[in-house]
Design a protein around this ligand. Structure first.
Ligand SMILES: Nc1ncnc2c1ncn2[C@@H]1O[C@H](COP(=O)(O)OP(=O)(O)OP(=O)(O)O)[C@@H](O)[C@H]1O
Length: 283
């Protein structure tokens, strides 16, 4: 999969910023004082334990969760001042769960990503077909274009929804655990696509990931959340320290640099899972 042959469009330059966000469900606030800045051409990974507020924060940046305090700006505009269509041309979110319509084909679901570009009475989206074809081939779902989405596996569906987001051709892409359900190949390929979109297409990416090694590999910056607060923010090498991760996750975590790849590796130490094992006898 490659993003090289994407049809040329010139999205407006923008960054998406959340400043001092306070996010609540009824009277229970689950995120406090969160400030984040998604920059064009950069990948920001949100990491942290279950329930620390990552998805809620991402959804608030996508205008899907109203903030009780703080602001969300896109470029120099208040994100909430834009019409839904204007916002959808610039920001898209791949959420953790999407309802899958019965009997609708893969191509139709991917084409749904073009909704911000369609006129009410006539089709004004002249590049739509090319973009949909590109998005399907980039995510490897082109061979299943005519199949009903509700008959696909979890990983296949995940790639179809990602294709639908890519078809939206936004300059900000928000992804909530995009590698969940995916086999090894597609985990790597989705992260490669994310990196390509930032490097070659100047897209600003915000991505929630549980796999810290994946986050270190793909992200320029990481924000580590714990109990609704951003407790560390910066380059993965600065944020992913053994102390910070051990405190945050409540388990001993070791951090090392892989000698071959030069990449950061994190190793949670369990009572059984990371014990040194006796070498297998050779036959
Ligand atoms: N619809 C909801 N109503 C009430 N509370 C919610 C709702 N959704 C999430 N929460 C609560 O908000 C807090 C943050 O949840 P959120 O899903 O943002 O965390 P997360 O870091 O993305 O978690 P995970 O890693 O498990 O996906 C949690 O305590 C959760 O129970």
């Amino acid at each position: 999969m490659t993003t090289e042959s994407v049809p040329a469009t010139t999205p407006p330059r923008a960054t998406l910023c959340g400043a001092n966000l306070e996010l609540c469900y009824d009277d229970r606030c689950v995120v406090r004082g969160a400030t984040l800045d998604l920059q064009r051409g950069r990948v920001l990974a949100l990491v942290g334990p279950n329930g620390s507020g990552k998805s809620t924060l991402l959804r608030s940046l996508a205008r899907l969760h109203p903030a009780s305090g703080g602001t969300v700006t896109l470029g120099d505009e208040d994100a909430f001042a834009l019409t839904p269509k204007e916002f959808a041309r610039r920001v898209t979110l791949l959420s953790q769960s999407r309802s899958t319509p019965g009997g609708v084909s893969v191509r139709e679901v991917v084409a749904y990503g073009r909704h911000p570009y369609r006129g009410r009475w006539r089709n004004t989206d002249t590049e739509g077909d090319d973009v949909v074809t590109w998005a399907m081939s980039t995510t490897g779902v082109d061979a299943m274009a005519g199949r009903p989405v509700d008959e696909l596996s979890g990983g296949e569906r995940q790639r179809v929804w990602l294709a639908s987001c890519l078809a939206q051709r936004t300059d900000v892409l928000l992804l909530d655990e995009p590698t969940t359900y995916l086999d090894l190949r597609y985990q790597v390929e989705i992260l490669d696509i994310v990196r390509d979109l930032a490097d070659a297409h100047d897209v600003a990416v915000g991505v929630v990931l549980h796999d810290l090694d994946q986050a270190a590999a793909v992200a320029d910056d990481v924000a580590l959340l714990a109990s609704g607060r951003i407790v560390a923010h910066g380059a993965p090498g600065d944020v992913f320290t053994a102390d910070a991760l051990s405190t945050c996750y409540g388990i001993q975590v070791e951090v090392e640099v892989d000698h071959v790849s030069g990449r950061l590796r994190t190793r949670p130490v369990g009572r059984h899972t990371h014990r040194a094992r006796p070498a297998l006898a050779t036959v």
